[in-house]
Design a protein. Structure first.
Length: 427
């Protein structure tokens, strides 16, 4: 017996040594998320999330960044198995000097009824690399795939269509009336701003090309899903002539496959709008554009009022319905070029390019008023709710996205302290 006990003790010590020496974060937790043990890598990755310097519960530490984690575990009914594999969690930025938010990968393994193993890894650099690979792949596809189904048109230095040709008419239906118009005529209303039109030209000058995909518009007003690539052309000796080449491709038939992959990685599974990761990636690019060429840029942060009371009174499924309803209201209210996302449990954010304080305040006020007068019918129960909002606008003294979010968050708390069901600007 003593020999068996000694062998078990030796095995346990070997397991502990493996846990602490592992190059990835490892943590043993209970079904409620309580941390039983974790290695130094886990502590290093999670400590920035702690407000009091204590790390006792994994779900609590990550609830602002992965609000559905607790739900994933509680709804996993199998006695053992993989709860989630490589779940990407967007964190931070936590300091004003930290430009890129950290991205963690989390895998949760259920070992038995009340024992799980969490595997954490910092994949921030991997995400950057994947983003560059996606851009390269899109660039290659725009050139070599379906070369018979494209519109190629030249643009002048201001991004105006310089001349018409048959390919433009074939794909977009536009005739000679397109000449002299900005290339934004190929985008539906609300999908691109005047500043973004200029941004894409600047990005093409800097990088050799600029490519995006999304809704495009034909001359008759119908939409199609397409890619649009802009590349600079060599300057003429006299400085005249076309400055850019624009290639538009109709990829509607390929949208279903690409949309499935996009939603899996960039959309919040409960509400269908952008998730925290997608928000930080897109918002960071907008802030970089602002730093290069300042223009109006506003951030709205919304929070459902007394949401815990809704969950306690009507149940969590009803609370989920409220969140889905508000996400739908956000989608209907804001433009397609605005970045609408769920970034926490009942917390949402909207970044509005080319929009200053008055415009952002007006649309937020309309949204909050519209929400307040609606009543939801959920499982025979009539539920009303309100939301509060905080607004901040980018200014020279604001350092990066973190500083802008901090101001919007302070304005949100001011709105709640003033009675809720209102929007407050940062003072």
């Amino acid at each position: 017996m003593q020999t068996d006990a000694a062998e078990m003790a030796a095995e346990y010590q070997a397991l502990l040594q493996f846990l602490y020496m592992s190059p990835v974060g490892l943590a043993q937790i209970t079904g409620e998320g309580e941390i039983v043990m974790m290695n130094p890598v886990s502590s290093q990755l999670l400590m920035p999330l702690s407000n009091d310097g204590e790390l006792t519960n994994l779900f609590t530490a990550l609830e602002n960044f992965a609000p559905d984690l607790r739900h994933h575990v509680s709804s996993f009914s199998a006695p053992r198995g993989t709860v989630c594999d490589g779940l990407r969690i967007e964190l931070g930025p936590f300091t004003r000097s930290e430009r890129d938010p950290k991205v963690l990968s989390l895998t949760l393994l259920k070992l038995e009824a009340n024992r799980l193993m969490a595997v954490l890894n910092d994949i921030t650099q991997q995400i950057k690399h994947e983003r560059q690979l996606r851009q390269n792949e899109a660039w290659i596809n725009a050139i070599i795939v379906g070369v018979t189904d494209y519109a190629l048109v030249s643009l002048d230095r201001e991004g105006r269509v310089e001349s018409w040709n048959e390919s433009l008419g074939r794909v977009t239906g536009f005739g000679g009336e397109a000449v002299g118009k900005p290339y934004s005529i190929f985008y539906p209303e609300g999908c691109i701003t005047a500043h973004r039109v200029t941004d894409r030209l600047s990005e093409a000058d800097e990088s050799g090309w600029s490519l995006d995909d999304g809704w495009r518009q034909r001359a008759d007003g119908t939409r199609f899903w397409g890619t649009a690539m802009i590349a600079p052309l060599p300057l003429q000796h006299d400085g005249k002539g076309p400055a850019y080449c624009l290639i538009i491709r109709d990829i509607t038939d390929k949208r279903e496959a690409t949309e499935h992959l996009r939603r899996a990685s960039e959309c919040d599974h409960l509400t269908g709008i952008a998730n925290r990761r997608a928000f930080f990636e897109a918002a960071d690019l907008e802030v970089v554009r602002w730093q290069k060429a300042p223009r109006p840029l506003s951030l709205l942060m919304f929070d459902a009022d007394h949401f815990k009371e809704i969950n306690d009174r009507y149940g969590h499924p009803a609370g989920d319905s409220v969140l889905r309803h508000f996400a739908a209201m956000l989608t209907l209210t804001f433009r397609e070029c605005d970045i609408v996302a769920r970034i926490g449990g009942e917390e949402f954010a909207v970044l509005l390019p080319s929009t200053g304080t008055p415009g952002a305040l007006a649309v937020a006020s309309r949204l909050i008023s519209a929400v307040a007068v609606q009543t939801l019918e959920i499982d025979g129960q009539r539920i009303s709710y309100t939301v509060s909002g905080g607004l901040a606008t980018m200014e020279p003294e604001v350092t990066g996205l973190a500083g802008l979010m901090k101001r919007a968050d302070q304005a949100l708390y001011a709105a709640k302290n003033s009675g809720r069901n209102r929007v407050q600007s940062f003072a």
